[in-house]
Write a protein that binds this ligand. Structure first.
Ligand code: UDP
Ligand code: MG
Length: 335
């Protein structure tokens, strides 16, 4: 990552990072419910909204909130970079000794943060919310999600705690560990599991989205799932060795069979159908395996370009710092 922020440690106790994409109608109701909880559980706190290139009034609402309460800050991306990257930016700019990540749409009840902080004070480095059900999602999405996690468990080297998502609290140590991972195809759930640390789950009920619609279309979820598998598993690459081996054995056996049959029964006149079918079958297999190679090479290409993860267009509330809170400075990490 070419850009990094030097955050003075302990500049506040709890930071809350909220990625927001076209969530103008939710920003205020979220703050209304979250702020009393934070006042109750933390000695000092901040809320960092990351406006992920919204086209509605999300940024204006953040500005207005920040003007009223200096502990509310915001970052606005130059375009939509995706939730995973918005979270990464939030972590880069959060100065808390613990950082809570939550959605802007009130599906993650702010009151649960109370339990998160309690478990953190008990000495847990990571406290993650465990969804009691996904009743608010459609049946198809639920089924697809389930099968993705089964596939991920089968293919991956990193086990994921079931039902855990982005709603969680991370100790500063875990935040720094996550920030040290500059990869582009960010599959946060995998990264959280990969860094380890003493973790505990807290069950919560997913609420209905307060306003607006889900930003995750099936196409987006599919590419997200693909990123997840390819960033945490090389099984799609290695599986072709096995398929190749099985097909080769089959080819040798059938060659032997035809040799013996020809020796005993002499030459017959075979049809073209079987020939054409097997040619098409094997070309298909070769194209698929080339495609899988292409996917991985594409990802390697994206990583080696070493572009910054995100571009900040505007930051709100970071420069005119409250006296007790020193603010992060953008610095360029030496190459
Ligand atoms: N989000 C984002 N960038 C995106 C898509 C979503 O920052 O490109 C945010 C969104 O504003 C919300 C959170 O990520 O705060 C979860 O998104 P959403 O509620 O649409 O997803 P779902 O709850 O359906 O999984
Ligand atoms: Mg949601």
């Amino acid at each position: 990552m070419p850009f990094t922020t030097s955050v003075p440690l302990g500049s506040c106790e709890i930071s809350v990072v909220v990625p927001a994409f076209n969530e103008g109608r939710n920003i205020e109701s979220l703050a209304e419910r979250l702020i009393p909880v934070l006042d109750e559980v933390a000695t000092s706190w901040e809320i960092v909204f990351v406006d992920d290139g919204s086209r509605d009034d999300t940024l204006a609402r953040i500005r207005a909130l920040s003007a009223r309460d200096r502990r509310v800050r915001g970052l606005a991306f130059s375009r939509n970079f995706g939730k995973e990257i918005a979270i990464a930016a939030g972590l880069d700019h959060a100065g808390g000794r613990a950082v809570v990540i939550m959605d802007a749409d009130l599906q993650h009840p702010p009151e649960v943060v109370r339990d998160f902080v309690a478990r953190w004070r008990d000495g847990h480095m990571v406290v993650y919310g465990v969804r009691n059900d996904r009743g608010s999602d459609g049946v198809l999405r639920r089924k697809l999600t389930e099968s993705f996690y089964r596939l991920f468990a089968a293919a991956g080297e990193t086990p994921l705690p079931p039902g855990a998502g982005d709603f969680r609290l991370l100790d500063r140590k875990a935040v720094d560990a996550l920030r040290s991972m500059g990869e582009r195809a960010r599959f946060s759930k995998g990264l959280y599991a990969w860094i380890g640390f003493r973790s505990v789950g807290v069950p919560f009920d997913v609420a209905e989205r307060a306003e607006g619609v889900s930003k995750f279309t099936f196409r987006r979820l599919f590419s997200f799932a693909f990123d997840g598998i390819t960033s945490f598993s090389t099984a799609p690459l290695r599986i072709w060795t096995w398929i190749g081996a099985v097909i080769s054995v089959f080819a040798i056996l059938s060659a032997a069979f035809f040799l013996v049959r020809t020796a005993i029964l002499g030459v017959d006149v075979p049809g073209y159908a079987s020939l054409i079918v097997s040619v098409m079958f094997f070309s298909g297999i070769q194209l698929i395996s080339l495609g899988v190679l292409g996917e991985y090479i594409g990802r390697i290409f994206a990583e080696v370009k070493r572009r910054p993860l995100y571009i900040v267009d505007e930051s709100v509330g970071f420069t005119e710092a409250a006296p007790e809170i020193a603010r992060p400075v953008l610095v360029r990490r030496p190459a």
